[in-house]
Ligand binder design. Sequence first.
Ligand code: NAI
Ligand code: MG
Length: 363
Amino acid sequence: MTHKLLLLAGDGIGPEAMAEVKKLIAVMNEMGHAFETEDALVGGCAYDAHGAAIAEVDVAKAMAADAVLFGAVGGPKWDGVPYDVRPEAGLLRLRKDMDLFANLRPAICYPALASSSSLKQEVIEGLDILILRELTGGVYFGEPKTITDLGNGQKRAVDTQVYDTYEIERISGVAFELARTRKNHVTSMEKRNVMKSGVLWNEVVTATHKAKYSDVKLDHMLADAGGMQLVRWPKQFDVIVCDNLFGDMLSDVAAMLTGSLGMLPSASLGAPDEKTGKRKALYEPVHGSAPDIAGKGIANPIAMIASFAMCLRYSFDMVAEADRLEAAIASVLADGLRTKDILSDGMREVGTAEMGDAIIAKF
Ligand code: NAI
Ligand code: MG
C-alpha cells in the first residue's frame, strides 16, 4: 500500500530541514516502503508565486494526502504583505480545512542533553510526556471577540471562551487513546474553580472516561497548579490534555524543560474518516523559519525528522520504524554530534546535512 505525503517545506530553514526528511524517505523506499511524495508551496514562497499563502489546488492535495509534512513559514521579507495572505495564513487555512483539533506536543529529554537543561538533571532525565492541546476551539475563536470604545476615554476588550460537549469529548477521546499506547495515564487540566468552561471540561472528560476508557488512570488538576507541577516534577505526567489557551502555554513550558527549539516536533490530528477510520494529519516542527540562520546549512534538522517519526507512528502505525528513528536520534546525540543551537563543550559541531546523514545511517 502506498503512503501519500504532501511536503510543504515553506520558507527559511523549512526547506533545509525538509531536505533531510526527503533523504530519509528515499532510503526507506529503498528498504521496501512505498512513500509517494509531492512538493508544494506554502507561506511566503507561495505568496511570491501566486499571491496566496497556499494555492487552492494545494489545499485540495493536503486534504487528499495520507499526511502532510510542514516545514516553517514566514520571514521579514513578507512583513508588509496584507493580513489575509500573510505566510501564517497558509497554516491556519490547513488547520481549519483539515479540522485539525488535536495538537500533540511531546517533551522528551534525550539522555545526552539532560545536563544542558535549566532544571536539575534528576528532574529531567528520562522525561517523556505528551501535551495534548485542543486546537480549533476556545478563547482564540469564541464570539464575541471585540474592542469597544466606551466613550469616556476607556475601551473594553472582550474575548470569549466557548466549548461544546462534542469538542471536549473528541479531544479527551484522543487523550485516552494515546495514553493506552504509552503509560496509560491522563491528567486533564482546566480552571473549574473560576471558569464555566472548566466545569464543563471536567464533567465531559470524566464522563468520557467512565463511558469508554475506565482502564486508563485519570487525574484532574487546576491548570495553574499544573504549570507549577510541570516545572517541579514533570515525570509525574504521561499525557496532559487541556484547552487551546492553557495548552498553548503549558506546551511551551514543557517544551523548554528539555532545551532547544530545534529539537521539538509536533503533530496535529483531525477526526477519523467515517469510512476508512483514518485521521487527517499534519506534522511540523515547533520552530519557525529562523531567518537569522536560513541558507547557512546550520539549522538543526532533528525537530523536522522527529516530526516525521510522529507521522510514522500516528498516521501509518509504523511503530517499530518510529521507535528506530527516535533511537537513531538519541544515538547520534550520544555520539556527541551537535548542531550549533545545542552545542556544548567537548561536542562535535556538525551542519544540517551531516546531522541528517548521521541519523539516517543509524536508522
Ligand atoms: P524561530 O523559531 O524561527 O526562531 C527562534 C530562534 O531559534 C532563532 O534564533 C532561530 O535561529 C532558532 N532556531 C529555530 N529553529 C531552529 C533550528 N531548527 N535549528 C537551530 N536554531 C533554530 O522563531 P522567530 O524568530 O520568532 O520567527 C521567525 C519567523 O518564523 C517569523 O516570520 C515567524 O512568524 C515564523 N514562525 C513560523 C512558525 C511556523 O511556521 N509554524 C512558527 C513560529 C514562527
Ligand atoms: Mg505558543
